[in-house]
Design a protein around this ligand. Structure first.
Ligand code: KIV
Length: 246
């Protein structure tokens, strides 16, 4: 099974790479994680190129997946290829874009330019307004739509597909039907891989989404460290001779 974690800068990219993940996703989640935005819609190509460059600077062993931001591939096939090329020039080895059948032409064209493409279906955060919120997709009769999207993406040439917030049984069915890997987030245990946003994994996120797991409580660890530093400064315990020069 493939393990993928997001990273947006060189420090964290080097940590996740050292930890041995297979793929580093420079996700458009940078909007909510780093930029304090409510959703991912405001991220620009320049933002994504910048963060891909930071991650690529550590030359990780893991493959770098660069996320194509909202507006960078929806309007035309030419835009999609041009912007995928920009992410590759910034250091991405794979590009990812959201959507099903309606982005198959873009995927075909990017793959024809010899750029590996990762799909992303189910809950696609860039479609938050069209979906009426961040909701589980593919329940009941809606399952057929998600299966058709998965097949269309595979036929268009994606090398893997992220399944986000779909019932575990549906993700298992899609995984069994496709010959390419599926990578789940909120899609149960039967996908070929799993992805987490690093701030969720570390327990830095204030309001954890149900689909994520915090492996540590780094929010508390970090706040404790800062408050210890502030108390030491207030009490004259920092710096000591160790941090001072003669
Ligand atoms: O941008 C991102 O971090 C993502 C993951 C949630 C899959 O697309």
């Amino acid at each position: 099974p493939l393990a993928m974690v997001t990273a947006y800068d060189s420090t964290f990219a080097s940590i996740v790479d050292e930890a041995g993940v297979d793929l580093i996703l420079v996700g458009d989640s940078v909007a909510t994680v780093m930029q304090g935005q409510r959703n991912t819609l405001g991220v620009s190509m320049q933002d994504m190129e910048y963060h891909v460059r930071l991650v690529a600077s550590v030359k990780p062993n893991a493959l770098i997946v660069g996320d194509m931001p909202f507006g960078s591939y929806q309007s035309s096939v030419k835009d999609a290829v041009d912007n995928a090329v920009r992410l590759v020039k910034a250091g991405a080895e794979i590009v990812k874009l959201e959507g099903g059948i309606h982005v198959a032409d873009q995927i075909r064209a990017i793959a024809a330019a010899d750029i590996p493409v990762m799909g992303h279906i189910g809950l696609t955060p860039q479609s938050v307004h069209a979906l009426g919120g961040f909701k589980v997709q593919g329940r009941g009769d809606d399952a057929a739509r998600v299966i058709e999207d998965a097949k269309a993406l595979a036929a268009a040439g994606v090398f893997a597909i992220i399944l986000e917030a779909v019932p575990a049984s549906l993700a298992a069915e899609i995984t069994a039907q496709l010959s390419i890997p599926t990578i789940g987030i909120g899609a149960g245990k039967d996908c070929d891989g799993q992805v987490l946003v690093w701030t969720d994994l570390m327990g830095l996120t204030e309001k954890m989404p149900k689909l994520a797991k915090a492996y540590r409580n780094m929010r508390k660890e970090m706040a404790d460290a800062v408050s210890e530093f502030a108390s030491d400064v207030a009490a004259g315990r920092f710096p000591t001779a160790d941090q001072s020069f003669n």
